[in-house]
Design a protein around this ligand. Sequence first.
Ligand code: A2P
Length: 340
Amino acid sequence: MKKERYNVAVVGATGAVGEQMREVLEERLFPVGELRLLASERSAGQYLPFQGRQLRVELLKEDSFKNIDIGLFSAGGSVSAKFAPLAVAAGAVVVDNTGCFRMEPDVPLVVPEVNASEIAKYKSRGIIANPNCSTIQLVVALKPIHDAARLKRVVVSTYQAVSGAGRQAMDELSQQVTALFSGHEIRKQKFPHQIAFNCIPHIDVFMEDGYTKEEWKMINETRKIFAEPNLAVTATTVRVPVFCSHSESVNVETDKKLSAQGAKDILRAAPGVLLVDEPENNLYPMAIDTTGKDATYVGRIREDNSVANGLNLWVVADNLRKGAALNAVQIAEILIRDYL
Ligand code: A2P
């Protein structure tokens, strides 16, 4: 018998993504029975709003998952590594927003607009991984192009908002902007350099080959989600002084020729995509317009005549929503509709 309501735990409930999880669950009328908000001792005991009530934040503990159906995790990789298996053992299905399980072969890595059928594979580990925020918006925009013309090569450069690094990173940008205007010392904790009025081509740690881990996440996750292990992908990931929404410059080469007009027509009809491409009216996707929105915005579509079948696109989405909380809740919606 199908349940009418599902008990949901949000791990990392006080964080930038956790806040969006509550909002998205509420907005989309997810049939929540109990909502259990979990965080560290730093914020246990706080109250946070949900559906017009104030819910107490509880300390995340080993026995936090009794009677929970779905665990939405966004409290960092080490928290997921320890607590996701405990949640599964207690009977929950975990949708994990960290990098902890994404590349494990028996954990599905899902963007519903692209590979929703992979969700069926959750049964092997009880865990479904939510991709990296920059990967999600990239594959939502590229899936219809891949279906129509088959991707041969993808070159992506990102302009990533500070909220991708969490609440403290947003505070750091605010503090630095204010300090620079008022002649005070800037504080640097989350970023290796001043982020205010700067662009930092360094997200996550550097690997031996000179790429950052964030860049490798985009490459490997894109290949896994498209089930194209040999797809040529290269990435440069850059942190910019924007609070919310990641932007991406994307250059693709395809097997078949796709005109700019053809790409626009396909993208206009694609699930999860909103085409904003009227350069004559100065209309193109911008971070400030996409924040708080669900769609992946695509614009600036033009042919790249430096190669045989090339296209350029500009792709923008709210990294905390489609890049994290919304994608996780969409996965949970399919879980309860088809599996739980
Ligand atoms: P807390 O408020 O107790 O620090 P962000 O990505 O915005 O920094 O948020 C991270 C989220 O993960 C916060 O809700 C934070 O809770 C939570 N978190 C971080 N470390 C732990 C931990 N060891 N146990 C439980 N929650 C944690």
